[in-house]
Design a protein around this ligand. Sequence first.
Ligand SMILES: [Zn+2]
Length: 220
Amino acid sequence: MHGFIPHGHGTPIVAQYDARMGDIARSAVKLAKGDALVIVDVQNDFLHGGPLPVPRGDEVIYILNRYAARFAREGLPVFATRDWHPPNHCSFLEQGGPWPPHGVADSEGAQLAPALRLPSDTVIVSKGTDAGREAYSGFASSELAALLERKGVKRLFIGGLATDYCVLNTVVDALGCGFAVFLLVDAIRAVDVQPGDGDQAVAAMTSAGAVRLRLEELSG
Ligand SMILES: [Zn+2]
């Protein structure tokens, strides 16, 4: 908003009020048929106490629950991706990869966070199931794109973990598939292996066409 410069007669107050209404009008997004929520990799292993905890990653759970409740209330589909790796996955240190073992299929650590409150018909999408192939993106070697098309989804609302890896790659692939993407900036957290990685990822996603969104900018 522009600066508040009093110049008599009380008119600046009116101007300020109008500007604020304009901001709300520009930013409000109304959920509609063709929208879907995609929650990326909110799994125990990426949370506090896990082998690969995303700093402050637990903070996304509460806000994602609120997004999920909104989508459920509107009868809109919710998807949740998860790393679902074999024990010898190529991304693990023992195999020459960059990460400690995580997201091993059927393990406790690979389960979605117990505090995540998802609609009972949430569609779970497993990825990274091939030992020899990395899959940061929810679209990588998964049925996600086909499932979304089958449900007539046009706009994706994407949040989860981690901003600079699986969220980044999922968002970029979604845009590449032709979906409109809202990046839920209040429901993502970064690993930040290098400081600033998360900020760079957000910049890359927005320059690729994703639109930043916060919960309070959803109308209705
Ligand atoms: Zn992984």
